[in-house]
Ligand binder design. Structure first.
Ligand code: SF4
Ligand code: SF3
Length: 515
């Protein structure tokens, strides 16, 4: 008897599926089942909307999909409320998700790729929407994809193109978010970010939503409260209009999977704007606040008015540390850098091209993606440490916390590790790769560039689909391959894209660099 069925993330039980009373992420069976019901209701809504994406429908679709991303919502009440809203808007009967989970494994696999792809993409569209940016073609695709999930007459021939289409549309969606972020806050510039925390009251803000950060910075202005980013919020330090706030001080802690340890008895509140929220421990349960679609039972939720007063009051009440609190990255470094988006990297394109032509740069690695709890993930730290001195490491998303505090030197005035931003800033990496290919008059696959990716949740799925849509070959993926990719779908991906699981840093480096 299954209590729940979920296999959407990398830590899924036994690398097969979470089917017991709770998932490995701490999501309870009843919550998982409500999330399925919400997706089923959205499929019903998409059917009824017949491809017309009005404002209300789109809001429901973005919020609904984003709510079900791993480590976003653990709260039955808010999911139930969402289901009601969707049912009322849709009228149509919800699609029973068990029909997908129990389908032929290849069909299930392709539908999972589409569903998880649009879940990740919904998060990006949501952040863009919060800044007033929206794209009709992207919106309409959400409805088409949802509708396809409910089509039981669809086979491989219909679903496979839709998988790649998800990747194509996600590229447009990441471009939209890039435009939203850079037009709102300026083009990111290289920035050194301290990891220590200064004395006095402070607030830690986690997640991807720059708009929430901006509002928090405004509301804490002149109040003697410092703001520290956490996890995927780190790249915010590179944006000129966010950097301009003197009380945006530094970054607290490392990637999401360490939060239960890092937040233990923290003398400050923590605000979650997106994933990755883990089950909250007693030692800090009075100081976790959520906003947007993030929710956890009994935690204070900041609603749509974005009045952060409860968070501010908590910061003043807790008071912060009495003196500077020294903190380091996982390799002992005391600062990290960020802000190497496409604007900056392409701004020094001439330098980069020269360095490649002169042989000073032999190879580029994009080592990025999500971080996670599995021990095998120190592969990425080791990979970066062992990469030869004439190679450059581009990185993005929270996987960078495995190595972003390492000092591995410079090449021709450029740092060897360049943090391009959040996971959605994969868009920056794509822009840089395309520009380099043009400069060298070759295809992206002919560049001395290898993608070494780590995945955890569904945003990584939409990015992977984008890379496949662009025809990028020889991607190394780890720490394990997704459980929802069936053997047949996997052999298709290996055959057509040479998608390869990681092995050891030594062997992979040897194979890539050909020595
Ligand atoms: Fe399991 Fe991941 Fe689903 Fe959580 S999100 S229930 S860990 S597969
Ligand atoms: Fe990280 Fe959770 Fe995926 Fe944006 S925040 S990448 S794991």
């Amino acid at each position: 008897m299954k209590n729940m069925f979920c296999f959407q993330c990398e830590q899924t039980a036994g690398n097969v599926a979470c089917t017991a009373r709770a998932g490995v992420c701490g999501k309870q069976d009843h919550t998982a089942n409500l999330q399925d019901e919400l997706i089923g209701a959205l499929i019903g809504l998409a059917k009824k909307s017949r491809g017309t994406a009005d404002e209300k429908t789109i809001r429901l679709v973005l919020e609904g999909l984003f709510t079900t991303v791993t480590n976003v919502s653990f709260d039955d009440d808010s999911i139930r409320a969402k289901i009601e809203e969707v049912k009322q808007a849709g009228g149509a009967s919800p699609f029973p998700m068990a029909r997908i989970w129990d389908a032929d494994e290849d069909i299930r696999s392709l539908k999972a790729l589409i569903l998880y792809g649009i879940k990740g993409m919904a998060a990006y569209a949501y952040h863009a929407y919060a800044l007033g940016y929206s794209d009709d073609a992207v919106n309409v695709f959400f409805l088409q994809a949802l509708e396809a999930l409910g089509r039981e007459d669809f086979g491989m021939d219909e679903l496979l193109p839709l998988v790649l289409e998800t990747g194509r549309v996600n590229l447009a969606c990441m471009e939209l978010l890039d435009k939203a972020n850079t037009e709102s806050y300026g083009t990111p510039v290289p920035t050194t970010v301290p990891l220590s925390v200064e004395k006095g009251p402070f607030i830690v803000i986690s997640g991807h939503d720059l708009h929430d950060l901006k509002l928090l910075l405004e509301q804490t202005k002149g109040k003697g409260i410092n703001i520290y980013t956490h996890g995927e919020m780190l790249p915010a330090h590179g944006y000129p209009k966010l950097k301009a706030y003197p009380h945006l001080k530094g970054n607290f802690g490392t990637a999401w999977q360490s939060q239960q340890k890092e937040f233990e008895n923290i003398p400050a509140p923590v605000l979650f704007t997106t994933n990755c929220l883990m089950p909250v421990k007693d030692s800090y349960r009075d100081r976790v606040f959520t906003t947007a679609v993030v929710a956890y039972p009994d935690m204070v939720h900041i609603g749509e008015d974005k009045d952060f007063t409860p968070v501010i009051e908590k910061a003043l009440e807790l008071g912060g540390y009495n003196e500077t609190h020294p903190m380091t990255g996982i390799n002992g470094g005391s600062t990290v850098t960020t802000g190497f988006g496409h604007g900056t990297v392409l701004g020094v394109a001439d330098k980069v091209i020269e360095a490649v032509k002169a042989g000073a740069i032999k190879h580029f690695f994009l080592v990025g993606g999500c971080d996670g709890a599995r021990p095998g993930r120190n592969y990425y730290t080791e990979f970066v440490k062992q990469a030869p001195d004439d190679t450059v490491i581009l990185t993005l998303a929270c996987g960078k916390f495995r190595f972003n505090d390492l000092d591995i030197g410079e090449i021709g005035g450029l740092p060897r590790i360049m943090d391009m931003g959040q996971c959605n800033d994969a868009y920056s990496a794509i822009k840089v790769a395309i520009a380099l290919a043009e400069a060298f008059d070759c295809g992206v696959n002919d560049l001395p560039l290898t993608l070494v990716l780590s995945w955890y949740e569904q945003k990584a799925v939409c990015i992977l689909l984008t890379l496949l849509h662009l025809g990028i070959n020889n991607i190394l993926l780890g720490p394990s391959l997704p459980a929802f990719v069936s053997p047949n779908v996997l052999s298709y991906l290996r055959e057509h894209y040479a998608l390869t699981p990681i092995t050891t840093p030594e062997d992979d480096l040897k194979r890539i660099l050909g020595n």
